[in-house]
Design a protein around this ligand. Structure first.
Ligand code: ADE
Length: 223
């Protein structure tokens, strides 16, 4: 999968994209992530990418020319399955959305800022708008990083053990069961006996029951 991110803050991605699972996906050549500085596509001598809104009102609006120039220069090189805009009024990112997007080959993610982007970009160039939650971030970069992380870990071969993505919370509409590791006893706090029993069938049943219980208790919205 190739992901092209259009942003005015490419440095914000250095941390999240250079560690852990995403770094591993890049090393294994299963994911390519390219960052594009939007200001490089401005024709203004100060590299301006925003301007006042027609009709006034507080806040600047990101201009159509540099954004379209960047999108079109990418489209000259390859076809894109989706051109995504990160926005609080987009569809909510959840596991089914991440699952389906992890199958795509080429994706552009445009990170918004200020009061948003000129509406004509949304109407004519963006193919999908994604929100990561009902709150407003200062910009789309953190949302883009969350989206990329949720997709890349699902690409077949990225996680060492294929089963681990399938057993994530929400893959079956339920949250994951509790997990334990050594020591078996910490200050009298014991690991549930069943997990030490070696009986795979009973352990699987226990995990399923725990998932169901947790989902009912904590996430009645998702079942
Ligand atoms: N940009 C600002 N807030 C956002 C959100 N909640 N989700 C996606 N993009 C955003």
């Amino acid at each position: 999968m190739r992901i092209d991110i259009i942003t005015i803050f490419p440095e914000m991605f250095e941390g999240p994209f250079n560690h852990s699972i995403i770094q591993r996906a890049k090393d294994k050549k299963l994911a390519e992530i390219h960052l594009h500085q939007l200001r490089d596509y401005s024709t203004d001598k100060h590299n301006k990418v925003d301007d006042y809104a027609f009709s006034g009102g507080a806040g600047m609006v990101m201009m159509i020319e540099p954004i379209v120039a960047c999108i079109e220069s990418l489209q000259k090189e390859r076809d894109y399955d989706e051109i995504i805009y990160t926005s609080p009024d987009g569809i909510m990112l959840d596991q089914p959305v991440a699952n389906s997007m992890s199958l795509l080959e080429n994706v552009i993610i445009l990170c918004g800022h200020y009061k948003g982007i000129d509406e004509r970009i949304r109407e004519h160039f963006i193919t999908k708008e994604i929100s990561i939650g009902n709150y407003v971030l200062s910009g789309g970069e953190l949302a883009a990083a969350v989206i990329v992380d949720s997709l890349v870990r699902l690409i077949p071969g990225v996680l060492g053990n294929e089963v681990s993505a399938l057993s994530d919370s929400f893959q079956n509409n339920m949250v994951a069961p509790p997990v334990y590791t050594k020591p078996r006893n910490f200050r009298g706090l014991e690991v549930p006996e069943i997990l030490l029993s070696g009986n795979e069938k009973l352990i699987e049943e226990w995990k399923y029951e725990q998932s169901l219980k947790r989902t009912k208790e904590r996430r009645h919205d998702s079942i």
